[in-house]
Write a protein that binds this ligand. Structure first.
Ligand code: SF4
Ligand code: SF4
Length: 109
């Protein structure tokens, strides 16, 4: 991993060697608590695989919607949760993938 490019990830616990690479099935998933998310998008540019996006406006109907994670692209690297809790708010939960699948009825690849 290029050292300089990832300096801003220092301090992320158990950060994978290269957070851009998705292992076959991550152990944890990032889940945005949409009721708590301010929609500030501070976490968006930090996601190494660029899988955080605003929830479509139609779902909430207000100008700054919360964000959501495209679950099948998430590597479980935890960067977004750290960014949210340190820089802005506390709206991202890290959930074991097994629990995530049960709660949402989704199969993660
Ligand atoms: S940093 Fe936190 S509050 Fe801001 S958009 Fe991301 S999840 Fe929402
Ligand atoms: S844990 Fe967060 S930052 Fe890491 S890949 Fe998933 S959504 Fe992106």
């Amino acid at each position: 991993m290029a050292k300089k490019a990832f300096d801003h990830y220092k301090g992320i616990p158990d950060l994978p060697d290269d957070p851009r690479v998705k292992k076959s099935r991550p152990k944890i998933m990032a889940v945005v608590d949409e009721d708590n998310c301010t929609g500030c998008q501070a976490c968006v540019p930090f996601c190494p695989v660029d899988c955080i996006e605003p929830v479509p406006k139609e779902k909430y109907g207000f100008p700054i919607p919360p964000v959501q994670v495209r679950f099948n692209e998430c590597t479980g690297c935890q960067v977004c949760a750290r960014v949210c809790s340190k820089l802005t708010w506390d709206a991202i939960r890290l959930m074991p993938t097994d629990t995530f699948e049960k709660v949402y009825g989704i199969k993660v690849d």
